[in-house]
Design a protein around this ligand. Structure first.
Ligand code: ADP
Ligand code: MG
Length: 238
């Protein structure tokens, strides 16, 4: 069963069409990368999947469930942004568990879930620190902890590594891959970075001007780019 199906999704802001007729399928446990230049509509599509932005047409399904009218809080989707807005006055432990706290999950259960997420991300030793006492990479791990702790059906990442320096970017890329291997949760991952897309994705959708140019596994995209734009953007040897 497909975890995520996007059928004919469109989006316009006034007369500006930013997404036209998007069709995508992501199988259970897959890692779909939306790759394309700035302004091509990646974040808009992610926001529509999360329910943070209404579409102008089309349907979104998770499993059999049509999501169009489901409130973002009821979609069981966790999103990680590049600007990981952690609560500065709360220790890491509470930052990670805050979503569960809001949903009135009992403390014992909450603590266990936070502990498990922290172990997975190797940040157990940071649980009592405040975000201001952490490095950029550590903060990024806390932000991921906050997403993992909810045990979502789907992770959405919007350029989560673009604020990090090159070395840390490689480290966190490996970390995200490891987490995906461990958890098996489906991911939609937005980036404009070809290397990130090719190393992380089981499927890559190359976008331009709100249109998917090619949807395929990384090797196919690299070896058989659908058109000049894809070839140029990927840097494949054609
Ligand atoms: P990407 O994430 O690929 O950089 P976005 O999805 O953020 O692209 O934006 C796609 C297009 O939609 C851009 O042209 C952007 O200017 C436009 N856009 C995004 N949000 C709005 C908005 N709230 N109002 C008007 N135009 C918007
Ligand atoms: Mg964006």
């Amino acid at each position: 069963m497909a975890t995520l199906s996007i059928n004919g999704v469109r989006k316009s802001y006034g007369s500006l069409e930013v997404l036209s007729n998007i069709d995508l399928e992501l199988e259970d446990g897959g890692f779909l990368v939306l790759l394309g230049p700035s302004g091509c509509g990646k974040s808009t599509l992610l926001s529509i999947i999360a329910g943070l932005e209404p579409s102008s047409g089309g349907d979104i399904f998770i499993g059999e469930r049509k999501m169009n009218d489901v409130h973002p809080k009821d979609r069981n989707i966790a999103m990680v942004f590049q600007s990981y807005a952690l609560y500065p006055t709360m220790p890491v432990r509470r930052n990670i568990g805050f979503g569960l706290e809001m949903r009135k999950v009992p403390q014992g259960e909450r603590d266990a879930a936070v502990q498990k997420a922290a172990e997975l991300l190797q940040i157990e030793h940071l649980l009592d620190r405040k975000p201001g006492q952490l490095s950029g990479g550590q903060r990024q791990r806390v932000a991921m902890g906050r997403a993992i702790v909810r045990d979502p059906d789907l992770f959405l990442f919007d350029e989560p590594l673009s604020n990090l320096d090159a070395k840390l970017r490689v480290e966190m890329r490996t970390e995200i891959k490891r987490l995906h291997d461990r958890l098996g949760t489906s991911v939609v991952y937005v980036t404009h970075d070809q290397v990130e897309a090719m190393t992380l994705g089981t499927k890559v959708a190359v976008m331009r001007n709100g249109i998917i140019q090619q949807l395929a596994d990384p090797q196919t995209i690299y070896e058989k780019p659908a058109n000049m734009f894809v070839a140029g953007f990927i840097g494949s040897p054609t």
